[in-house]
Write a protein of this length. Structure first.
Length: 317
């Protein structure tokens, strides 16, 4: 059974263009809260913000019996790389980002993290003729190759997103990101499949998971939901319950048995209660997915009469 984790970023204070939510909290306070969250066994830590004091973080992890699902390398920062980290036209900026990613890998290994994930949110465009795309892909590929080569045994994940804060990201969907990984050609470079980002890119997350697994690039999973119009980071299954059941069923069939991390925003709600609810709902959806009779589903899909298939899955609840 996959283990469930919390993205620490969303247990502290968050802001959008209009409001601030929650009070500022230290990473030790956040880890103590995560330790009280029923159903969650680990966390995804942010670099550099969460890892300024590694011994304190390690002690808090041990005290709360928390595992580490991943370390998230932030390549979007308020004081640097404002036109992108990996596709910046400045070689010095790109090298600075690569060097910091290498430091992040070393810290991740030190605390026992199984991977580092990165969402290259600020690599993309807002306007026509803004970017030489061929050059941008070449330079980004050089960066990720250098990062992956820092420790070829250590997994590096790219989390794609179609837009925000850029109008169009350089790596916006599963197909683009899988193709980019093929260009980089490093076995330890793969993809973080964020369900909400798949929905935002007009994808079916089960299809995306199958494609990435076939390309040997399905490395990690984020759970959340949205209505397809924005990346709202809602509770899993809030809008797409049947699609989530299909996704969980697909992951099991693909042999994915690793961490699934909640990339969800509690806003003004109690974070401990909110993430515990996410865990409880996810386990409920897993239970429903395991009620699917595989031979029966295979026969229904071969027959390809959707009304019969939907009729069957509605008997599961």
């Amino acid at each position: 059974m996959a283990r469930l984790a919390i993205l620490t970023l969303f247990m502290g204070q968050t802001r959008n263009r209009f409001l601030s939510y929650q009070q500022p909290r230290t990473i030790v306070e956040i880890l103590d809260m995560a330790g009280r969250t029923e159903g969650c066994e680990g966390v995804e830590l942010r670099y550099p913000g969460d890892l300024a004091d590694v011994p304190a973080v390690r002690a808090a992890l041990e005290r709360n019996r928390l595992g580490v699902a991943a370390v998230n390398f932030a390549s979007v920062r308020p004081d640097r790389w404002l036109r992108g980290a990996w596709s910046s036209t400045s070689g010095a900026e790109r090298q600075e980002a690569v060097d910091d990613f290498r430091r992040c890998i070393d810290v991740a290994i030190e605390i026992g993290a199984p991977r580092v994930t990165n969402c290259p949110l600020n690599d993309g465009i807002d306007y026509a003729f803004e970017l030489d795309f061929a050059r941008a892909y070449d330079q980004a590929a050089e960066c990720y190759a250098e990062i992956a080569d820092h420790d070829p045994s250590f997994p590096i994940c790219i989390e794609y997103k179609i837009s925000e804060p850029r109008v169009r990201s350089l790596l916006g969907n599963a197909g683009e990101t899988a193709a980019f990984c093929q260009i980089v050609n490093r076995d330890n470079l793969g993809v973080t499949l964020d369900v909400g980002h798949a929905l935002f890119a007009n994808e079916n997350a089960s299809q995306s998971a199958a494609l990435l697994a076939k390309a040997r690039r399905l490395f990690y999973v984020h759970l959340n939901d949205n209505d397809g119009r924005a990346d709202w980071d809602l509770l899993p299954g809030a809008v797409h319950p049947w699609e989530l059941i299909e996704f969980l069923w697909t992951l099991e069939r693909l042999g994915y048995d690793d961490w699934m991390t909640f990339d969800i925003v509690p806003k003004e709600a109690d974070p401990v209660e909110f993430f515990a609810t996410a865990a409880r709902l996810t386990r409920k959806y897993e239970t429903l997915s395991r009620r699917i009779d595989a031979p029966k589903m295979e026969a229904l899909q071969i027959a390809n009469v959707p009304s019969r298939t939907l009729g069957y899955v509605h008997t599961l609840a």
